[in-house]
Design a binder for this molecule. Structure first.
Ligand code: UD1
Length: 343
């Protein structure tokens, strides 16, 4: 069976994608430098799938190390590139680290892929490239204008998309699928793998589950004076397992579809926007846990509202994010209880 190289495969989305790939019969080699993930994730994957993926503890910005991995696994037919630094605030403090990690690793990866004639790349991008879309572009489809990034992190996603497009333009054998994720949440239903935030979570749902677990006294809701029905921000929260399945569809398509374009872009979301306050209510209903919260001022750089038009992914990839939100929120709580040893 075909082998897929998954960079950043011990991370949050990478580990869930590895599970789905293996369950669909793909062989997987993970490369990860464990800078923001744990080696134990491999055991979690094995507990679900029944076997461990291959693993190399390397930095994919290191040409020699990456070249060795491709030499060791000559059956690699495609790459899913997750490995990247992803903390927005940190990227503002340490822009050069972000440009080095996120740009350098993609350039190295593309060079090594070309050397080994591996011609299929799936790239992990973000809806952050759309910034705050105009009302006429909501929900956001793939033709909405790209807006100037608000952080070095967001800029690395935009630049990486451009690098891929330029590389494909120069090399007609290179095929790429750019996946723009909305807000991934939840954990595998088995609770063997899930999100492991570093320090105080910056993203909403990990903060909610840690509050429910008693690690945080209360959630701060960043603003209730936005121009939305309840005044809090709106996002498209997508279940990480649904998101992972989209990657398998993208790989299947790259390997088998005859009619594909050289570079294809898909928005991956549910098509439904939920406000922060609605998400809290849904979490309480799904888990029976009360979430204490206070409304505080807006968070700098926050987007008011954004949600996806996932029609292209639905039709072309034959994929849909359809797990009910309460099941998704229950999976996040099950995972939090698992890692905190809560009964
Ligand atoms: C954030 C990043 C984005 C990144 C994405 C990855 C920022 C400005 N943007 O997006 O670049 O691609 O994560 O998932 O950091 N909220 C609270 N209280 C909290 C935490 C969040 O009210 O303690 C609110 C936020 O104001 C926002 C919503 O919850 O309205 C979702 O926040 P978050 O999970 O950080 O995601 P994004 O802001 O969409």
């Amino acid at each position: 069976m075909a082998r897929i190289l998954v960079t950043g495969g011990t991370g949050y989305i990478g580990s869930h994608t590895t599970v789905e790939l293996m369950q669909q019969g793909y062989e997987v080699t993970i490369v990860d430098n464990l800078s923001n993930s744990s080696i134990d994730v491999l055991d979690g994957i094995a507990a679900i799938v029944g076997r461990k993926p291959e693993f190399a503890n390397i930095d994919c910005g290191n040409f020699v190390d990456l070249d060795n991995v491709f030499k060791q696994y000559p059956d690699i037919v495609g790459v899913i590139h997750f490995a990247a630094s992803k903390a927005v605030g940190e990227s503002v403090e340490k822009p050069l680290l972000y440009y080095r990690n996120n740009i350098g690793s993609l350039v190295t990866l593309l060079e090594v892929m070309q050397l080994h004639k591996v011609q299929n790349l799936v790239f992990s991008s973000s809806c952050t490239v759309y910034g705050q879309p105009d009302a006429k572009h909501l929900p956001v489809d793939e033709t909405a204008p790209i807006q100037k990034a608000l952080s070095p992190y967001g800029n690395t996603k935009q630049i990486n998309e451009e690098i891929i497009t330029d590389a494909a333009h120069a090399d007609s054998d290179l095929h790429a699928t750019i996946l723009r994720y909305f807000n991934p949440i939840g954990a595998h239903p088995s609770a063997h793998i899930g999100e492991l935030p570093n320090g105080v979570p910056q993203n909403l749902l990990p903060f909610v589950t840690q509050t429910a677990a008693g690690l945080r006294p209360e959630l701060k809701v960043f603003g209730d004076d936005y121009n939305t029905p309840d005044g809090s921000c709106i996002r498209d929260y997508i279940y990480v397992v649904d998101l992972a399945k989209a990657h398998v569809k993208a790989i299947d398509r790259m390997l088998h579809a005859k009619d594909r374009e050289q570079v294809e872009i898909f928005n991956l979301g549910t098509g439904t926007g939920l406000s922060v306050l609605t998400l809290i209510r849904e979490f309480e209903a799904a888990t029976g846990q009360k979430i204490p919260y206070t409304i505080v001022g807006r968070r700098e750089g926050d987007i008011e509202q954004v949600w996806a038009a996932p029609k292209r992914a639905n039709e072309v990839l034959g994929w849909k994010a359809d797990t009910p939100i309460r099941d998704v929120l229950a999976s996040a709580w099950k995972w939090e209880k698992h890692i905190r040893n809560i009964k």
